[in-house]
Structure formats: structure tokens, C-alpha cells
Ligand binder design. Sequence first.
Ligand SMILES: NC(=O)c1ccc[n+]([C@@H]2O[C@H](COP(=O)([O-])OP(=O)(O)OC[C@H]3O[C@@H](n4cnc5c(N)ncnc54)[C@H](O)[C@@H]3O)[C@@H](O)[C@H]2O)c1
Length: 436
Amino acid sequence: MTDPTTSGGRPSASPSSSASTRRTFLAGTTAGVVTAGLSVPLVHAAGSSTIKVGLVGCGGRGSGAAVQTLTADSGTRLVAVADAFQDRIDEQLPVIKGSAVGERVDVPKDRQYAGFDAYKHVIDQVDLVLLTTPPHFRPIHLEYAVSKGVHAFVEKPMAVDGPGLRKFLEAVKQSKAKGLSLVNGFCWRYFPPRRELMKRVLEGQIGDVVAIETTYNSQGVWDPRKKREECSSDMEYQMRNWYYYCWLSGDHIVEQAVHGIDTMGWITGDIRPIRCSAVGGRQSRTDAKYGNIWDHFSVVYEYPNNVRGYHHCRHWVHTDVQVADFLLGSKGMADVFKPAITGENKWRYRGQRPDMYQVEHDEMYAAIRAGKPINNGEQAANSTLLALMGRTAAYTGRAVTPDMILNSKEDLSPPKYEFGPLMAPAIPVPGYTKFA
Ligand SMILES: NC(=O)c1ccc[n+]([C@@H]2O[C@H](COP(=O)([O-])OP(=O)(O)OC[C@H]3O[C@@H](n4cnc5c(N)ncnc54)[C@H](O)[C@@H]3O)[C@@H](O)[C@H]2O)c1
């Protein structure tokens, strides 16, 4: 699955460090930037030595990330892979091998692992791991990687519930303490045109930012990949069709539209909003095969100093696709996707548009080689938090604060990670769905 606007391998972004002159509503907050600068030398990765890389989650994004890794640094070697299912490995490994950098793929059968524990076998033998499974597993996999002193590239989003987000944040803390690299897949922060726009806005070129509008209206993603009768168990059925189960994907506002929500995080310096309220539902994609996620959300975030963030997203077939972000200021407006500024300081980006996914990996390895790994886990956690707030506000019909998510006991995990029976989760109904 690839995001419609990012097509699994287009332009991308890392945080810029331009927050010094941000407008009043951001005063006193930290910049929405890569937290680079750890100067702990990494014995197994700095310099020109080989970096052994593992891949956990052999899907579309995983194979893309593997190729970008091998392209980014000629000392990298893909040595082990894991997936819940061997057939996904059989499908994606040849794609990586067949790429222009395929000669550095060295993954014999005995370094291919399938099942729920497969990630451990991979992480145990690598320097850096690419974590590209559905987001439910991200905190579990990152926790293990960090415990083993392994650098990580983590795809967005970072968790699907409050307990998962807490686990992720704890792993970020540990990974910083160990001087590990933790680069996240909020790829637009690595896209040079957008970095240039955000720099200008943070310098004040549209005046004070008073409102942020982000929209991710698409026609949805892949249709369920397997029918129940084609799967050996309920668990296999849900895992194959992971997008449609909130416990696995977080719902589409968390899984996909979080890219737009991340823009809000970036421009506000990754501070936490005061609260949000939301509406949403399941109106077009109603068949049982679509699990328990919804097909539309609309959220209003309240930030300090009366700044408001508006986010809309939907997955409706046969409707207009609109993926667009706008920053409204007291002196003008920024169109984030163009990118361009209208108003007092008119501007339009005319420079290069490199592949942001590649930039992400280029910067990750350059930083590791320099002994100053990038660790931007907190920023990624904050954007995930915003999306979880929006989803929860819509599901429950209640105003939601950051602390409600951060202290939440609502653990969406299944009773056990095993290919056996698993109840189909309920579809949320506002006013009736409870939040713990
Ligand atoms: N940054 C971006 O623009 C972008 C684009 C696409 C996808 N993504 C993210 O990448 C992640 C994967 O998306 P995708 O499109 O590649 O999905 P996918 O379904 O193509 O691949 C996911 C793979 O993970 C495997 N998997 C599931 N559970 C696992 C487990 N416990 N251990 C090992 N493997 C497991 C699945 O079997 C599948 O092969 C998602 O979090 C998604 O949001 C990000």
C-alpha cells in the first residue's frame, strides 16, 4: 500500500532547524526538527564499515525502504528479513534483489523468518533495522531493537493506542540514551521544497499563523486481500487485511491521514494541542469485509493563543480526491503542497524536487557515519498522538486532551499473538463507544 500523494517512493523531508523566529503562539516551545547531535560514536556503524541491515515487514513500503537503504550507503548490506507470512517474503525479496542495488542483498533461506517472533531473529543479527509492518507492532519491535542496541528506521505511524504510544516513547528515551539512530517515516519532513516553505513560514513570512487546514480525502486503499475462507484462522484473516482493523492500522486517520496531521505538528513546533473535538463515521464503506474502521473523520484541534487546526479525511470511492494543506497567517497564506506563499511576501518554490524517501535514508546513513545519529522519535510520537486524539474524539463524541491518550488504558492488542480464533472487533458508535 502506498499513500496516494507519496506513491511509496517520491520526494521527502527531514525537519529543518528554523524555529528561531517562529510566531507568538509557538513561543517557548521546541522546534519541529530532527533531534540530531548525539555525539556518541557507534562502534558498529560509524566510519566506512559494513552496516548490516534487517527488514521487518516485507510489504510495499518495506521493499521500498530496503532499496532506499542500499542506495543511500554503499556499505549497507541487507542480511535478514522477517514477515508474518513467508509468501510476502517470497514476493518482495526478488523485488529488492532485482533493483539496481540488488547485489548487496544477501538473504539466504536461513535468514528469512516468518511469524510473530520473526522480528527478534532479524534484530538479533543486524546493526540497523527497517520497521515497516502495520503500526500495531511498531512499539513492540522498536522496544526490542533498542534493547539490542540496534539503529532503527520506523515507518509512520508509531502506535495505534495510548499504551502503544507510551511504549514507543519509552523506547525513544532509551534509544537516545544509547545514542542510537531513530529516523521516522514522516517523509514530507525530508522534502526540500516543503522544508523551504516551512522555514519561510516559521520566519514569519505569512505573519502569525492563526489556522491550519489539512485535508486527506482519498478514495481509499487496497480492497481486502483475502476472503475468510482463504485464511486458516481469524487471526490470519485480520492480519492479511490489516488496514481494516483498528487494532492493526489505527484506522485511516492514524495510518494515512497522519501525514497531513504531521504538517500541523511541524508548523506548531510539535507542541501538544489543548484538546480536540471531532465527527466521523462509516457511511460509504460499510460491508463487513471492511472490518471495523470508519471511512471519514473531521477534527478541530485547539492550540494555545486561539490557533486552530482543522483536519478532514475520508476514504470514499467515486468522490473527489483532495490532499492539500494550507497555513493561514495574518499576512498571507501558505499552500504547503505547491509549495507557495500568497499575500505580502509572495513566493513559489522553483528548485529541485528530489525523492523524499531517498533523502530520508541518505540523511540517516550520513548521520550514522558521522557518529551523530538522527533521533526524531519524539516528533513522530507527537504527530501520532494528534491522530489518536482525533480518532478517539470522533469515536466517542467527546472532547479529547493529549493526557487522555497518554494515560489511556485502552489497549487494542489481541489476547495473544497466535494464528487462531479472534473475534471481529466492534465498529465504534459515538455516544456508546467507551474510552478507558
Ligand atoms: N511514509 C509513507 O509515505 C508510507 C507509504 C506507505 C506505507 N507506509 C507505512 O508503512 C507501513 C507498511 O505499509 P505497507 O503499505 O508496506 O503495507 P503492506 O501490507 O504492503 O506490508 C506490511 C507487511 O508487514 C507484514 N507484517 C504484518 N505483521 C507483521 C509482524 N508482526 N511481523 C512481521 N511482519 C508483519 C505483513 O504481512 C506485510 O507483508 C504502514 O505503517 C504504513 O503506514 C508509509
